[in-house]
Design a protein around this ligand. Structure first.
Ligand code: NAD
Length: 486
């Protein structure tokens, strides 16, 4: 961690294998959500910083592309060992700058390491196909070739995992990379990149710039950037998708969500309550896979709401490093104010406020707000339709599983949806008909491991090829068809 008292200088960029100061004097504070304390200052980079980093990546590309893929992945095998060594320190860095519980941060780093495991398979993953004798004396092949310079733009909510969704796969595939972590959580991303240098990555293959809108727009407009991976909110994702595509770049933009949790009367109640608590209130609801609309079907509502309410009231909100905390703060005061506004709106609209998170005690200076549960929310209400990105669970009751699925499908988002049931028939109906790319059956957070794509639909994703899995290998490579006659 940067000690601001001893070192008030802004955190550095990483360009061409070296840490260096940004040219801009403008900075953004990196604030610890649990205390409100400024941990560090991040430079508010723009065109100048982005150009330095992109040019470094472009210079490094020809030699990296010529490096045989089994040699490229040796760097990642060493990186994996280093990440295991640094697991605890990286988790602490995530908890400090993001506010999630240390245990959640450990799991996040583990998910990120799994992407490195996946990327180590690039000599197999990047294989093309061959047809010998496609015509008389003619053979045909496809190759997967790298694109060049790729940019990665990240959100605050997974400071380790989301950068790791991106650069290990892109780099293993032979690209060079410019990472822009969230300006609210830039410390972990910078550290992850430094550790790649320790693993032996040549200078310029991975670069880091800091900043907000100006840095993003400079990456989207830079003519040497061939592709953009983005993860963040819906409005910004739409902007990134349109602006990067306008200059001919390949884009994948993972966006916001409003995930529904359906519970049938035959569900295993213990398993279900546990999963719902984790889904709605884990990481203070700041996950794109967080359940935010609870849909009890038929008689399921009574015992379910009673148990969820009891769990929500008993949730200890506090210091993410304390053993007995069950939930940390949200990221900033504006995020807490947003949750409060939705609570006020729900009350105004006449929904039943079963558990009021505004009453939860939390450390005074952090951005704490407790788990909140509403019942009787109208499907038309903003509480049921908009991404709140905080620990607020809105209950909308349904009469049948068909009605519940239709309700979920009215959402413009399509990231994830889960059903809790012991009925194979109901689960099959749900899997087949719900309009979401990640579907959980008796699972509250339907997070695909790195070997599968992170498959959001509708307004949760703009692009064609998703993050991680085979989609990511295809996203970070171009297909070359080779036809030879001898
Ligand atoms: P955000 O959109 O505020 O920021 C994401 C990135 O965009 C940051 O790097 C930021 O600097 C940049 N940015 C912000 N405003 C910009 C603007 N006007 N123009 C250009 N760039 C801009 O998102 P966040 O608050 O950091 O993250 C939370 C959001 O991310 C939620 O909506 C969540 O659902 C979403 N998310 C989605 C996924 C997914 O896979 N679908 C995963 C994680 C998070």
């Amino acid at each position: 961690m940067v000690d601001l008292a001893k070192n008030p200088a802004p955190i550095p960029l990483l360009v061409d294998g070296a840490l260096r100061a940004a040219e801009t004097p403008d900075t953004l504070p990196v604030v610890e959500p649990a205390t409100g304390r400024t941990l560090a200052l991040a430079p508010r980079g723009g065109e100048r910083e982005v150009d330095l980093a992109v040019r470094a990546a472009a210079r490094a590309f020809p030699a990296w592309r010529e490096t045989p893929v089994p040699e490229r992945v040796q760097v990642l095998f060493r990186y994996k060992t280093i990440l295991e060594r640094e697991h605890q320190a990286l988790a602490a860095s995530v908890s400090r700058e993001n506010g999630k519980l240390l245990e959640d941060a450990r799991n996040e780093v583990r998910r990120g390491i799994e992407v490195v495991d996946f990327a180590c398979g690039m000599p197999t993953l990047a294989q093309g196909r061959t047809v010998e004798g496609i015509s008389r004396g003619v053979d045909a092949h496809t190759w997967r070739v790298p694109l060049g310079v790729v940019a990665g733009i990240c959100p605050f909510n997974f400071p380790a995992m989301i950068p790791l969704w991106m650069f290990p796969i892109a780099i293993a595939a032979g690209n060079t990379f410019v990472l822009k972590p969230s300006e609210r959580t830039p410390l972990t991303g910078l550290r992850l990149a430094e550790l790649m240098l320790e693993a032996g990555l040549p200078p310029g293959v991975l670069n880091v710039v800091h900043g907000a809108r100006e840095a993003v727009d400079a990456l989207l407009d830079h003519p040497l950037v061939r592709a953009v991976s983005f993860v963040g909110s819906e409005g910004v994702a739409r902007h990134v998708y349109a602006r990067a595509a306008a200059s001919g770049k390949r884009v994948q933009a993972m966006a916001g969500a409003k995930n529904h949790l359906l519970v049938l009367p035959d569900a295993d109640l213990d398993l279900t309550v546990n999963a719902i608590m984790g889904s709605a209130f884990g990481a203070a609801g700041q996950r794109c896979l967080a359940g935010s609309v609870l849909v009890p079907v038929g008689d399921a509502a009574g015992p379910l709401l009673e148990r969820v309410a009891k769990g929500a009231r008993a949730t200890k909100v506090g210091d993410p490093f304390a053993q007995d905390s069950a939930m940390g703060p949200v990221i900033r005061e504006d995020a807490r104010a947003r949750v409060r506004r939705y609570i006020e709106q729900g009350v105004r609209e006449g929904a039943a406020l079963v558990v009021d998170g505004r009453e939860a005690p939390g450390a005074a200076d952090g951005y704490f707000i407790g788990p909140t549960l509403f019942d009787g929310v109208s499907p038309e209400s903003a509480l049921a339709r908009e991404e709140i990105f905080g620990p607020l669970l809105a209950t909308v009751r349904a009469g049948t599983v068909e009605e519940a699925v239709a309700l979920a499908n009215r959402s413009r988002f399509g990231n994830a949806a889960s059903i809790f049931t012991t009925s194979g028939r109901a689960a099959a109906y749900f899997r087949r008909n719900v309009e979401a790319g990640m579907v959980g059956v008796n699972v509250g957070v339907a997070a695909p491991m790195a070997f599968f794509p992170f498959a959001g639909w509708k307004s949760s994703f703009f692009g064609d090829l998703h993050a991680t899995g085979e989609d990511a290998v295809r996203f970070y490579t171009e297909t070359r068809a080779v036809i030879e006659r001898w």
